[in-house]
Design a protein around this ligand. Structure first.
Ligand code: AMP
Ligand code: ZN
Length: 474
């Protein structure tokens, strides 16, 4: 009844057949953003990969329960308990309260999701709303003998958990102190990690809660264990994140969760590869990162970024450049025009070649269900659009069906809800825009400005883009 879905599991290091815990259902948890800044486009690449994963399951007929947390406390600039508190640092810099920072960047993240057609998770728990669950989990770990207290903080003792590091295939014996983490004198093993901080390194820590261990705040890793188990139960299907989460964050999540319950926690671990900037991995801490807002300011459509991301397999590194993004924008524009044409031609058509449509759908599914080979899925879509023998009604059916996963808003075009279509720019304005472009090329900026004013006076705005310009009705 359900198609065979093959997925790469970081735990087994192989592409395995997906077998749900409960027939017809998928429980998935994806580590959400740490809301101390805008999400960068690397983060968004991971969230797009997770969105495709969820929509793939839904299209295959599964009922999906998706939980994504919001980390609004406890994430230090180094994943392993050292460095500065990300939220506190941002609050100091922006002269706002940590709560205001969290709210502002959470809302900004939701807007990014919407613009990228990323469907919201079914549950979006905030760490600060789950302190009781976090403390209850720490108590279970304490009862099971996994914790110790040193200098006021509660630590997880990894030596008590024999399979520690299995996910990352860490060979504990070979790891020297300080190789992966900063030395902390309070730790029995340098890879132990904090479950509950009371001795804050940050004098003005404002997010504090009472606890049996003293007033303090939770470590980052325990948040994901507590919130995932609350909404998905103590054993669920899939846990996702970016590959940077494997060696510390997800490794520690497994130790805590399985230490508390005494049994397997997650069946399949999936990780998205990095988006690279010119300087290497894109990261917020480096200070130089790109946001969706910056791409938009440069004239790009957020969905061109989605198209760009879909053009690379999620387990491959993706090098960002504006040139490559322009290529994606052009390809998407061409695709949209073709779909507009198809929609027009399909009106009143009933003739259908179901065999050819079925063959294309099978080709698409084969790629999608083989560890989400989205570049091939896009190539099949392009083939369908360009096929001269396939009836337009079939093309429409294919576009509608596959857009449930690709989410490039092609269905809106079929339904006549396309914004670009609705906005018909008169020839007079287009001519003026071309004349302005010529004037700019000849460095006649006075003339260019005067043409812009004329365009404005006629009720249209004009914005420069890497492709030339964009006109909008005011
Ligand atoms: P954060 O907001 O830092 O907690 O990260 C949110 C998500 O983005 C996590 O799943 C990270 O693993 C992921 N991530 C961080 N940097 C990158 C990157 N350069 N490329 C792709 N994903 C990333
Ligand atoms: Zn997490």
């Amino acid at each position: 009844m359900y198609p065979k879905i093959m997925l790469y599991n970081t735990l087994t290091r192989s592409v395995d057949e997906f077998v749900p815990i409960t027939e017809g259902k998928v429980g998935m948890y994806t580590c959400g953003p740490t809301v101390y800044n805008y999400a960068h486009i690397g983060n968004l690449r991971t969230f797009i990969f997770e969105d495709v994963l969820k929509k793939m399951f839904k299209r295959a007929g599964y009922e999906v329960c998706h939980v994504m947390n919001i980390t609004d406390v406890g994430h230090l600039s180094d994943d392993a308990d050292s460095g500065e508190d990300k939220m506190e640092k941002a609050a100091q810099k922006e002269k706002k309260s940590v709560w205001d920072i969290a709210k502002f960047y959470t809302d900004a993240f939701f807007k990014d999701e919407e613009e990228l057609n990323i469907q919201k998770a079914d549950y979006i728990p905030r760490a600060t709303d789950h302190i009781n669950e976090i403390l209850a989990l720490i108590k279970r770990l304490e009862d099971n003998g996994y914790t110790y207290t040193a200098n006021g903080n509660v630590y997880f003792s990894i030596d008590k958990f024999p399979t520690y590091g299995e996910l990352a295939q860490l060979d504990k014996q070979k790891l020297n102190a300080g190789e992966r983490v900063e030395i902390d004198e309070n730790k029995k093993n340098p890879h132990d990690f904090v479950l509950w901080f009371t001795k804050s390194k940050f004098k003005n820590q404002s997010m504090l809660w009472p606890s049996p261990y003293g007033t303090g705040y939770p470590g980052w890793h325990i948040e994901c264990s507590a919130m995932s188990m609350k909404y998905l139960g103590e054993h669920f299907d899939i846990h996702c994140g970016g590959i940077d989460a494997i060696p510390v964050h997800h490794t520690n999540e497994i130790a805590q969760s399985e230490g508390a319950t005494g049994h397997k926690w997650v069946n399949c671990w999936m990780h998205g590869e990095f988006l690279l900037s010119e300087k290497g991995k894109m990261s917020k801490s480096s200070g130089t990162f790109l946001t969706l807002g910056v791409l938009k300011d440069n004239g790009f459509d957020p969905l061109a970024y989605r198209y760009f991301v879909l053009g690379c397999h999620y387990r491959k590194q993706l090098q960002f450049s504006y040139e490559a993004l322009s290529g994606a924008q052009n390809a998407l524009n061409r695709l949209r025009s073709a779909v507009r044409e198809i929609a027009k031609n399909a009106q009143g058509q009933t003739q259908s070649d179901s065999k050819a449509l079925e063959a294309y759908t099978n080709e698409f599914n084969a790629a999608l269900y083989s560890d989400m080979n989205m570049p091939v899925c896009l190539a099949v879509l392009q083939k369908v659009v360009k096929d001269k023998t396939l009836p337009d009604v079939d093309k429409c059916a294919f576009i509608r069906d596959t857009d449930r996963v690709l989410s490039l808003s092609l269905t809106d075009i079929l339904d006549g809800k396309d914004k670009q279509e609705a906005q018909i720019i008169p020839d007079e304005i287009k001519d003026l825009a071309e004349k302005r472009l010529d004037a700019k090329k000849q460095k006649d900026y006075q003339q260019a400005d005067s043409i812009r004013n004329k365009i404005l006076s006629l009720g249209y705005s004009i914005k420069d883009t890497p492709q030339g310009y964009e006109i909008n009705k005011l």
